[in-house]
Design a protein. Sequence first.
Length: 331
Amino acid sequence: MTQSIAPRAVVGPSRPRRMLRAVAVVSCLPYLALKTAWIAGSRVGIPEGSALLDDRLAMAVINALTVLLDSAVIVLALGLTRPWGLRVPAWLAAFPVWAATGLLAPIMAGFPAQLLVRAFGGGGAEPEGRDAFLEEWVFAMVYTGFVLQGLALGGLFALYARDRWGRLWRGRVGELPVGTPGPAQRALAVAAALAALPPLTLHALWACGGTAGLGAGRAAERTGDFHVLEAVFVCFLAAAVAGALSLAFRRGRTLPVSVPLGLAWVGSGAAACWGGWLSLASLGGVAEVADRPTPLMSLAHVGQMLAGLLVAALGARFLAARAATTARRTA
């Protein structure tokens, strides 16, 4: 007599993961709807005289690109909560989340800080003589959505990474084996610190009110929002370098390995992705000479992108070495 065996029930994602996934997806919808409307020719939320109306073709291309980027958030949310997401190659799972972290983290930190500065009298309005770029409600809707996306994706990836790679950041920095990280990782950390020095100096100068290196147009239109954003760039770039140096030279020996690794992850993503985005944006044609990026502004953007990429390379080598060591121990 044979006994039938009931198939094992498929266990879906936990309730917290389903809730985070829903938040990630729903928070994308207003942004996607607005961008789709602009691509279709709508001017909702765009005031008369806005620079966005100067070049309709460029606006359509940029909007299409940002629609793809925000749609990727939905794909990521699904991948981080479905079984197929655990089967994709490690780099394919990690890289998009690293890029999303880099793009969203400065907004998550900067937007609330800008609101706080405004609440205490900091200027956020356009300078006199300048036409508004977008209606205020657009900024509020879009950036609130970005903050929710970042929180939801961050929570989902933390749970995903714990399940898939949690063993790689166990222990404390001082417990790392002697010679780990190796010379290549230490060289990457030093190179990242050197590359970060010029953009750190410039962003700190601009955050504190200095105008050296700024174009005439940019210097004239500084607001409280500008100073907050520059301070945010300083913080994330410093976090990337601090995390890299801690891992490479085993500094902060009592810290859990996850702390410098997290600093390197978030900081490198913010520096590389925003540096790259601003560098790409500066390549577009600018009608007014005063609004064109100066060499020092370009140096700040390229420098922070380079520093972020070097820290990311260090983190990838560190995790790969830890994975190889763990595999040998369990073999």
